[in-house]
Ligand binder design. Structure first.
Ligand SMILES: [Zn+2]
Length: 240
């Protein structure tokens, strides 16, 4: 007799496969990131249809076969309705899902990552959401997730000379995994002010509540985004 496994999960992405099957890539609380096959979409039973929605915590049931896992039931537990009805929030949510999909390896239970995504979606679903939180949330998520996967950036001193960098401009170097002082950087890398560096460090030790109080200079949000993108690209190169 088949064993039925049950776990809450969040659908990160899905795609068609074979004749009419659909694969759901799901981040689950108990099994980490897994792939679940919904056999023949046309024949999907009512037990499944209502539960396979994005932007929700879904209670999933599946069986493990010789070649993979097959979905047997899906039921929505938490629907993030404030995210689902707002295009900007949806974009942020999908950026979070994408980060998870590309950064996490399969079938590795990851309780800290589960808490991180739960907290992020909870924050994103609040009735009133300020612009700062909305804009910075994907970055808060990304920096914390890369740190969880073992690529915590080095932000306390210069990665080259190990010298202190307090109250000075620094340069972020994705390839070297952190920041460099002005002398070692030789004008290469992405320039960050002391305030932006402080915010970046804060992101790694605070939950999402602090985002609405961030004081990153507007002129630097571009540099900050660029540093985030560069670091993600660097980490992806290392893990692939
Ligand atoms: Zn240095």
């Amino acid at each position: 007799m088949a064993t039925y496994y049950r776990t809450p999960g969040i659908i990160l992405t899905s795609f068609n496969t074979g004749e009419a099957d659909r694969i759901f890539v799901v981040f689950t609380e108990l099994f980490g990131k897994i792939r679940l096959r919904a056999v023949s979409q046309r024949k999907i039973t009512s037990k499944l249809r209502g539960g396979l929605v994005s932007c929700a915590v879904v209670n999933l049931e599946f069986i493990q076969g010789k070649v993979g896992k097959t979905l047997t039931a899906a039921e929505v537990e938490i629907h993030y309705s404030n995210i689902a009805k707002d295009m900007k929030r949806l974009r942020t949510a999908f950026s979070i899902f994408r980060s998870m999909d590309v950064l996490l390896s399969q079938e590795q239970e990851e309780q800290t990552a589960w808490r991180l995504i739960m907290n992020s979606l909870y924050a994103l679903n609040q009735k009133t959401l300020d612009v700062k939180t909305l804009n910075l949330l994907p970055y808060h998520f990304l920096w914390n997730l890369v740190s969880l996967t073992g690529y915590k950036p080095h932000l306390n001193s210069c990665v080259s000379c190990k010298g202190g960098v307090e109250d000075r401009d620094v340069f972020f170097h994705a390839i070297d995994g952190g920041i460099k002082c002005t002398q070692c950087a030789a004008s290469k890398g992405i320039k960050l002010s002391p305030e932006t560096l402080r915010q970046l460090r804060n992101m790694l030790i605070s939950d999402t509540a602090f985002l609405s109080n961030t004081t990153m200079p507007l002129s630097e949000t571009r540099a900050f985004r660029q540093a985030s993108r560069n670091y993600l690209a660097h980490v992806l190169e290392r893990i692939s």
